[in-house]
Ligand binder design. Structure first.
Ligand code: AMP
Length: 613
């Protein structure tokens, strides 16, 4: 975990300032290793997946060498999907916020060329795009790469899986020989190795070593939860889970304060712990946790290093750690002094691979956690309410109130139960005994980052559900050019699939690659989660992970076209009993992987000090 700080890495000062403004405390392992190499102008092969901070690993050093006065493409980043292209472009914009005259342009298929042509004419130093559309522009000569300084291939294995590799090679061949090249990939299939050998030559390789350590006495669970629903999920867990002290890990200094404040506002006693606080303040916070003056501490990795507080019964990884070593360190903050500990990991759908990697390195399978249900939350609140009433009765301070209530009952001919019920109603107004909880999607399916990332510590990220600002979705997207054999696709045995029907078939000239491309781009479902496709004459069927959100289903049903034909996605009646948007059944009740919530930790103790009144 010993890692340099951002200041020592040598990135340009406007970029460093942006990193500081974002509250990044220290470089992630992939950043610490990649940034010096890329600053030196060397080629790089990064074996890393989403969530490790790889975007900043290439964006920060490459931006450091951009000439903002020169309005020609200097950096080109290729991504497999338009969603990733948008995200990477946004990340560049964020990191370049202090660079005057800087422009980044995302370029992807499925949208009108004219806007992109205008953008290219206006000039941008960084272009981020999907291979098909980038190639179109190169062929039209609207995009010239002769002054390109650096080319990045992001998620190269995904580009291979989506059939883009030929386009990628054609683009690589177009770039000047002097151009610096970096390739990032979560896995290293032979084709990618070949591309690296041919186009990146003597590239320096960086990968995050997975160290194996056993974590005993700590029960580890994970919850699939989208970024913007984490706070609601956490609140539910805190209501139902019996805990003593809790340490919650987030990625940024700003997030420690943000999460702690939100918890305080919800009635929990929480404090932030981060590297910005003075040593004295940090020590004070740790002491308050030790003494039980505060129950929850929200910390970054740096601030919680070596923390040893016996009463920490729970560690919650609110943001998944970058690497396995950090995970092992984090959860090691519980289970101290021979006690049992609980570790809970929040995993956004796209972070599935990081979860698998943690499981492999700790050689322990994490149990899937079911989010506490409304009934459980209710049960806990009712229990606390009863405990409180019984305690109040025991205090013996009620004598002067009894005659008051007896008089009220007699004069109005009402029962004591009615009076008690009315008082109960008043007491629980702020914190209802039978709350209506927001439905949370904890389904175990992989989707693109588009839906998972909005609040992943990118403070300036806009809500992507604002579809008005999105490109025209009626057009065909930047589809894979090459059909991919079904055998090549990894199986997803842990994901339950549902068969959908679409009204395009062989008669319309459709090929499986068209369907994969449309669904991957339009629904944000990663290609490896797209299952069997059957082509019939006038329609086709495709297997997709169960639990598709309603808005995506409706989008595919009403808006998306394949081979100029409306897709009209629907569920054959045989699939209707499955968990899917048309059935309107709550998802978490049906999840195949769900287990019964752990009853052994059922709420018993008096947790009133943690709870809002
Ligand atoms: P990526 O792997 O590039 O998709 O990044 C994952 C998330 O981590 C993004 O939300 C970034 O904003 C965030 N991030 C990247 N680097 C850091 C850092 N050094 N400290 C805190 N958060 C970071």
């Amino acid at each position: 975990m010993s890692s340099p700080n951002f200041e020592s890495l040598g990135i340009a000062s406007p970029v460093l300032k942006a990193v500081q403004q974002l509250g990044y405390e220290q470089p992630s392992p992939i950043q610490a290793q990649s940034i010096p190499i890329l600053l030196e102008g060397e080629n790089l092969l990064g074996v890393a997946q989403t969530g490790t901070g790889k975007t900043a690993a290439f964006a920060l050093p490459l931006l450091s060498r951009v000439n903002s006065g020169q309005k020609k493409p200097q950096i080109l980043v290729l991504t497999p999907t338009r969603e990733l292209a948008i995200q990477v472009a946004e990340a560049f914009q964020t990191y370049a916020r202090n660079m005057k005259g800087f422009h980044v342009l995302p370029i992807y298929g499925g949208t009108d060329m004219r806007g992109q042509l205008r953008g290219l004419e206006r000039g941008a130093q960084v272009i981020v795009g999907t291979p098909g559309r980038i190639l179109d522009h190169i062929r039209r000569r609207s995009l010239k790469l002769n002054e390109l300084n650096a080319l990045v291939l992001d998620e190269a294995d995904e580009m291979l899986r989506m059939g883009f590799i030929d386009d990628v090679e054609t683009i690589l061949a177009e770039t000047p020989d002097t151009c610096q090249r970096a390739l990032f990939s979560a896995t290293m299939p032979p084709t990618i190795r070949r591309v690296v050998k041919k186009y990146l030559g003597d590239a320096k390789e960086v990968s995050i070593a997975a160290k194996t350590k056993t974590v005993e006495r700590i029960t580890q669970r994970y919850l699939m939860v989208k970024g913007h629903q984490k706070m609601d999920a956490l609140t539910r867990i805190l209501e139902v889970e019996e805990f003593d002290g809790m340490l919650i890990f987030v990625r940024t200094k700003s997030a420690t304060a943000e999460v702690a404040e939100k918890l305080e506002a919800r009635g929990f006693s929480a404090a932030a712990l981060n590297g910005d606080l003075s040593q004295t303040l940090r020590e004070r916070t740790v002491n308050r946790l030790k003494k039980g003056q505060v129950d929850i501490v929200v910390a970054t990795d740096v601030a919680a290093r070596g923390l040893d507080v016996e009463r920490i019964s729970h560690v919650v990884n609110y943001d998944i750690p970058y690497d396995n070593e950090a995970y092992v360190h984090r959860i090691g903050r519980t289970g101290r002094a021979g006690r049992e500990g609980q570790a809970i990991l929040f995993v956004a759908p796209k972070e599935h691979r990081l979860l698998r990697s943690i499981e492999q390195s700790t050689r322990q399978k994490l149990a899937i956690m079911q989010l506490p249900t409304g009934e459980q939350v209710s049960g806990q609140r009712v229990q606390q309410f009863q405990d409180r009433i019984l305690q109040d009765i025991e205090t013996g301070k009620l004598d002067q109130f009894r005659p008051l209530l007896e008089k009220l009952a007699e004069e109005n001919d009402i029962s004591m139960t009615d009076i008690a019920a009315a008082m109960t109603w008043q007491l629980q107004l702020e914190r209802p005994l039978f709350p209506k909880l927001v439905p949370l999607d904890t389904s175990n399916q992989g989707r693109s980052e588009r839906r998972d990332r909005p609040d992943r510590n990118r403070p300036d990220r806009k809500d992507r559900s604002d579809r008005k600002n999105r490109p025209d979705r009626n057009e065909r997207s930047d589809r894979p050019r090459q059909e991919r054999s079904r055998k090549e696709r990894p199986r997803n045995d842990d994901i339950e699939m549902v068969t959908y029907r679409m009204e395009v078939g062989k008669d319309h000239g459709v090929m499986p690659k068209d369907i994969v491309g449309a669904i991957a781009n339009e629904a944000g479902i990663e290609s490896q989660h797209i299952g069997r496709i059957r082509l019939e004459d006038d329609h086709s069927t495709v297997d997709l992970p169960e639990g598709m959100p309603k808005d995506i289903f409706n989008h595919l049903k009403n808006k998306v076209r394949v081979c100029q034909q409306p897709m009209r996605l629907s569920l054959p009646s045989s699939s209707l009993q499955k968990n899917h948007p048309a059935s309107d059944k709550p998802k978490d009740k049906k999840s195949k992987d769900s287990q019964k919530p752990s009853q052994k930790r059922s709420p018993q103790k008096d947790t009133t000090k943690k709870q809002p009144e």
